[in-house]
Write a protein that binds this ligand. Sequence first.
Ligand code: FMN
Length: 439
Amino acid sequence: MTAEHTPNQHMVLTTFMLPAGYHRDSWRRPDSRAEELGNLDFVSDLALMAEEAKLDAIFFGDIVHANNLFRGDIMMNGFYEPISVLSALAARTRNIGLIGTMSTSFSEPYNVARQFAGLDHMSGGRAGWNIVTSRDGFGNFGGGEAPDPALRYERAAEFVDITMRLWDSWSDAATRVDRESGVWVDPAGLKPLDFRGRFFTVQGPINMPRPPQGRPVLVQAGSSVPGMDLGSSVADVIYTAQPRKELAQDFYGKMRVMVESKGRPADSVKVLPGILPIIADTEREARDLADELASYLDLEAGRRQISGDLKIDIADIGFDERIPAERFSEDPDRGSRYHIFRRKSVDGGLTLRELIVDRARSTGHMWMAGTAGQVADAMVDWFTSGACDGFNLNSPYNPGGFEAICRKLVPELQDRGYFRTDYEGRTLRENLGLDRPTA
Ligand SMILES: Cc1cc2nc3c(=O)[nH]c(=O)nc-3n(C[C@H](O)[C@H](O)[C@H](O)COP(=O)(O)O)c2cc1C
């Protein structure tokens, strides 16, 4: 089942904040501010630009290992641990949503419930949690191999269930602040969990009042079968990598059917594929800019990254050759992103060089080089033909590429009536048009 949008239902727009730039090695541009990675002022300038453009939220991803740095890939922002940076940005912004990744593979629900509830309180109801399961990083948490996807997602489902119960463990009326009687909190409004599951035992309740949004916004970003199962059960927002419109339409349709099969209205879940727009005043200049960004890539580092990401041996493959089809596995457990690159290589016929450039540009997301008007055309086309509810914007390089997104692309969408010109509400849930869950 698909839904076709009209302008009065404007897009949801968030942005994947990677201050080094989403396009690998774009930090090598002369005006990149790469010396300031990890500093608050730089990322704060980007966040304020996003807020001026009225984006729904900024999003910080996270991984908890340094493996990619050894392959010459600094794109994932371990420099910005999500809770720290989002807490700092809560103080510098007023309206924009603050979404961060926290893996269910390494933490405990009680910690995560407190961290996101705390961020929600400190930001006046703007927190969102991107729920992921991890494939790498187990060496930093006691060692061992990564569990298979089914087990990781089973743990994730129990983890999220407990986290929601903790957020709900204070009734909204529990906090009295009654000076006369001396009752600050009514203990009758606090509900223990006494949860005993397969992975966790949690007594509860949480030790702080219910978050302003009731529950911080739940985001999920896995497109495999167990990933979609979790997302359709609990998420308010789904992030996904979809390189082509037809694939996005297929994913969107399936996700809506799955959401309804869980007894939830299809419109209560916002599906946001990523897009990487390379924008210039003319199409020709945008193509030249894409070539310039590709020229910063180190191909040998790209080989190591593809080999590390896809876990395949390609040491003997020339840059102008294709990776032989038999090197790839068809096992769905390899994950959705693996199969995007398998298809690009095997069916799309990309050479290793082309594959390195393609992955460096967009990591499997849709990308395009053009004028702001051309990119807006493509986004409106996806939005009105049942492919998505909006987009997660990937800035190819910073700060210039993000400036083009916020100050050229967003106004195009606003002029056409496909994006807000001011925030509708105070909380992230209100701006997304989502109800506040009752406890
Ligand atoms: C926009 C987006 C953001 C993501 N952010 C993270 C992240 O911060 N940390 C992480 O470990 N995985 C992240 N992922 C990866 C997914 O959680 C998931 O591991 C990946 O999509 C493969 O799982 P799947 O096979 O279920 O799709 C992200 C994926 C997408 C599409």
